[in-house]
Write a protein that binds this ligand. Structure first.
Ligand code: SF4
Length: 337
């Protein structure tokens, strides 16, 4: 690091590298710099180097499949499924299609987690059937992650019984303002999942240019405080036809800086999954392909629209400087494949 940085910045970077506690004020301080400032660039460089070194250059990949979609009553202003703006029809994936997807994405033994996504309003019995089917088709070591609407305590327990071991559930920025959900329902669901023995990954999302540093950091701290296993950060993706399409977006570099500052300022949490800091859908050492329907894409099949396939996940790891990928059996193989 050059000596041009001020003492406070140098000392925070050193604490982060040594995995010592960093204060909430210092977390906000790291994000007070513009993304293209020397401090912003150094924050990203330090976080990404640390992630590569802590993982020994080994990445992991997962896949998310939209299994129950349609007009969603949560009506999030940024989402392709929002009730007031969508033209997507109700869809529940059948056994045959699900089996085809699962066999195809896990055929080379590289995908370690499959996330099964629904909109907010979904039929729990249909979803439990989907999870049970997935569990019977997937190799034993491939984990099942749920990404659903809010859940009662007994529903979370049923998911655990059906084979869900991890979940993604976020208290979004703009909850109840940009949609019709109440923050308390989101938090209760996180607690219900944790009580059911399911590890919950949260996310600061969807970040737009209007969100302050304090809102971003407070959202991260709230997720960690209520017991989430890790918390990523994702930007709002402008989807044509949605209410927030014209609301602007943050730059890729700012997103990297946010992910980096959140990761670096909590490296003392040694029980936390490092890879998820990059974002549930991509970054650092973990990338997720997206199949079937996605909230961020108007195409019916997101693997054809966004094209975030298993191949994309592997290429993304390589671009991030990862030389190996962990197979589901625990062995590693070099990239590119
Ligand atoms: S982001 Fe999720 S909860 Fe919000 S409208 Fe889309 S599917 Fe529904």
């Amino acid at each position: 690091m050059t000596t041009d940085f001020d003492e406070r910045f140098v000392s925070i970077m050193e604490r982060c590298r040594q995995r010592l506690p960093v204060s909430k004020d210092d977390r906000r301080y790291l994000l007070s710099f513009p993304e293209n400032s020397p401090e912003g660039i150094e924050t990203v460089h330090t976080a990404e180097s640390l992630a590569r070194s802590l993982t020994d250059g080994t990445g992991e990949i997962g896949v998310q499949i939209g299994v129950i979609v349609g007009p969603c009553y949560a009506d999030c202003g940024f989402c392709n499924f929002a009730y007031s703006t969508t033209d997507v029809e109700d869809f529940t994936m059948g056994d045959e299609e699900l089996t085809r997807y699962l066999r195809s994405v896990t055929s080379d033994g590289l995908v370690s987690t499959v996330s099964l996504m629904t909109i907010h309003n979904f039929d729990i019995d249909d979803y439990l059937h989907i999870v049970e089917t997935a569990r019977s088709v997937l190799p034993e070591d491939v984990g099942i992650c749920s990404n659903t609407g809010d859940l009662e305590a007994h529903e979370a327990r049923e998911l655990a019984k059906a084979g869900v071991t991890t979940a993604y559930h976020a208290l979004r920025l703009g909850e109840s303002i940009d949609n019709r959900l109440e923050p308390i329902g989101r938090d209760d669901t996180v607690r219900n999942l944790i009580d059911a023995g399911i590890k919950v990954a949260a996310g600061v999302e969807p970040i737009g240019p209007e969100h302050s540093v304090d809102e971003i950091c407070s959202s991260f701290e709230h997720s960690m405080d209520i017991g989430c296993w890790c918390c990523s950060a994702s930007a709002r993706v402008p989807v044509e036809g949605t209410r927030l399409f014209d609301a602007g977006s943050i730059s890729d570099m700012r997103l990297r800086q946010i992910r980096s500052a959140l990761m670096l300022s909590s490296t003392d949490r040694r029980d936390t999954e490092l890879g998820f800091y990059g974002g549930f859908y991509g970054g650092m050492n973990r990338f997720y392909g997206e199949y079937s329907n996605s909230p961020k894409d108007r195409e019916e099949l997101s693997e054809k629209g966004m094209n975030h396939t298993v191949r994309w996940a592997l290429e993304s790891l390589k671009k991030e400087g990862y030389g190996k990928v962990r197979r589901v059996d625990g062995t590693t193989v070099p990239l590119p494949l």
